[in-house]
Structure formats: C-alpha cells, structure tokens
Design a protein around this ligand. Structure first.
Ligand SMILES: [Zn+2]
Length: 363
C-alpha cells in the first residue's frame, strides 16, 4: 500500500485520540472516540526530569488505550513550547531546563503514534470550546462556543483565546497574557516589574497574601466563607478580587469581543459563589455606562466544567487535528494548490498554522 493510500485509510478511521495535561505533580489524561466523546480518563503522578516526563506520559497513554488503536496524541504542558518542532524548554516545575524534543521522544515510546505539543493554557481553551460545544443543543449555539477566552485564575493569571473557531497564539505566543495588564497605578508591585497588574489582585498567590488561610483550607475558600458570614474585612478583600476579575473579563470582551469568558484554574474551583460575585461586579460596573451594559457581560461569563479534565480534552482535540493535517498533507500530491511548491520550512509553518485552525470536530 502506498503512503497516500495509507494516509487516506487512516483519515477514514483515525481511531481513538489521547490528550494529556502534564502538570508538575500529576498528569490528567482523556481518551476521545471518533465522535469526539470522552470515553475514559486517567490520572497519575508526574515523574520529573526529561526522561521521567516522557516515561510517565507514555504510561498515561497506555493506561487509556493500546497505542495501535490511537490515531494521535496531544500534550498540554507549561513552559516555552515550539509547536512546529514539538519541543518544550524552561518547564521549571517539570524539571525540564534545556530544549526537550518531547513530541519525537514520546512518539518513539509509543511505536510511532503522532504527537503534538501545545502550551497548557491553549489546550484548556480548546478543551473548554469542545466541551461547551458538545453540551450545546443547536448548531448556532455550537458555533458560539467556538469563540471564547479561557481565563485561568491560578498561581498566575492568563487567558487562552479561541476566536472564530481558531486558536490565537499571537506572533510571539503571548496572546492573552492579560495578568500583566496594570489596572491600578497605585497597586502592589508585580514581579514583572510593573505596578497594579491584574495578577496582583486576582491570582491564587495574591489571594493567599490578602487573606492567609487559618483553618487549613485553600485561602480562596476561607476568604469566601468569611465573607459569606459577614466579616467586613473579608467582604472588602473579596470585592477587590471580584472587581479585578471583572476588569479582566471586560478587557477580554472589549479587545476581542469573544462570545464567552470561561473561568478556570485553581481559584475557579470556588464554583458558583465565584460566578455570583464576578457577575455582580460586572453589573455594578455597567451601572454607570450604557455602553458596558449593552455588552451584557454578566451573561457571557461561565465556569469551566469541573467534572471533565478540559485541558486534557483540548490536548486530544489538537492531537487529532494534527493527524488530519498530516493525512491531508500526505494526500495532497493530487491537489495542485497544496504542498508540492512549498519549501520545507513553509510546509512546517503551514502545519503549525493548521493546528490552530478551525476546531470543529469532524467524525
Ligand atoms: Zn505584572
């Protein structure tokens, strides 16, 4: 069988796709079937260092499926990612300093299954779009869900952007780094060198400083409990936090007018109480502005699904997309408008671009 025939057959039956969300302590994995449904998940401890990360990622994939039935693997990982090359470097929490050819190393450990690598925030945005789209009933609603910002409220604050069904990485990969937009010139100093960045009011780190935990629970939980019981200082700290999250939401919508802003990350585990205070802050801010009110910001804010590992799901979506792109590229010798005239480097660029293309799941 020729390479083109093999690629065509693979495209008809891509099999399962695996996505992994690789963090400093654990790997979350999701197995998607050909319809894009999550059919299995897994969770295991991350082994640190280059060899450990490859070894534990391979184990996570094998826990979910026989690699022979897997059409593609996607990885979401913190650090500096070269999507086209499939490499990661400076992933401090994983014990990776120098450039690691993670896609090639993992592919070799999985008998040649194609592997793509993407940053952890982008896979979360893609996963949220995929999950919300599948929950939506109508086609119109599904398209709405391919337009969102995933606002991660974790140790730091940043957003991943899916716009018009495409992942927006930015020219240098910095799209959505809104945690370092200053909102108060008199605010606290930020490690980035500026003053009053959104991150200095909103991050888990900032909350732990403003309201240190005293009862062994996460600081955001203790803050919200104290505020709910009427503690004046807790109410003040919570209001400042909610105003800053609302500022981030407003910034995202006014800049790129995304349909939804999905709140995720560790702080978002607060759940509905978080959504309530953020929506209330948005309503307050809109009282003085008919323009802001017309944007209907409170209705655009959502919580990330808490029962599904969205980042792992998003990694799987991107893993499958790459498999499609490769099949398309290999079969394109009969397509006069495609790869034959490109240089090797532009081919790589196009493939990288393709991965950020339309995210609709095609089965
Ligand atoms: Zn900053």
């Amino acid at each position: 069988m020729s390479t083109i025939e093999q690629a065509a057959e693979r495209r008809e039956d891509p099999g399962y796709t695996v996505g992994l969300d690789i963090g400093g302590t654990k790997i979350l994995g999701a197995l998607l079937d050909t319809s894009g449904a999550v059919v299995a998940t897994t969770r295991l401890a991350t082994e640190l260092g280059p060899d450990g990360v490859v070894r534990s990622a391979a184990r996570a994939v094998r826990e979910l499926a026989d690699p022979a039935t897997v059409g593609g693997v996607g990885l979401g990982i913190p650090g500096i990612i070269d999507v086209a090359a499939g490499t990661v470097r400076h992933a401090v929490n994983l014990g990776i300093a120098d450039e690691l050819p993670l896609a090639d190393r993992l592919s070799a450990a999985l008998d040649g299954v194609p592997v793509v690598v993407e940053n952890d925030l982008n896979v979360a945005a893609v996963g949220a779009a995929h999950v919300l789209e599948r929950e939506a009933m109508s086609d119109d609603a599904a398209r709405e869900h391919e337009d969102l910002a995933f606002l991660a409220l974790g140790t730091g604050v940043a957003s991943g952007l899916v716009m018009d069904g495409r992942l927006r990485r930015g020219v240098t990969g910095a799209a959505g780094e809104i945690g370092h937009v200053p909102i108060d010139p008199a605010g606290p100093e930020c490690p980035c060198g500026q003053r009053g960045c959104i991150e200095t009011f909103v991050s888990g780190t900032a909350l732990a400083q403003a309201w240190p935990a005293r009862h062994g629970k996460p600081a955001p939980v203790e803050l919200f409990e104290a505020a709910a019981s009427g503690d004046a200082e807790a109410l003040r700290v919570r209001a400042r936090f909610a105003d800053a999250v609302a500022a981030a939401v407003r910034l995202l919508v006014l800049t790129v007018d995304v349909h939804y802003v999905v709140l995720g990350g560790g702080v978002a585990q607060l759940g509905e109480p978080l959504l309530d205070v953020v929506r209330e802050a948005l309503r307050e801010q809109a009282k003085v502005s008919g323009f802001l009110a017309s944007l209907e910001l409170p209705g655009r804010v959502r919580l990330a699904p808490s029962d599904i590992p969205v980042a792992a799901v998003g990694a799987a979506v991107l893993g499958r997309r790459d498999e499609e792109a490769e099949a398309g590229g290999a079969a394109s010798s009969s397509d006069t408008a495609s790869s034959s005239g490109r240089t090797a480097s532009s081919e790589t660029d196009m493939r990288a671009d393709d991965r950020g293309g339309a995210l609709t799941w095609r089965s």
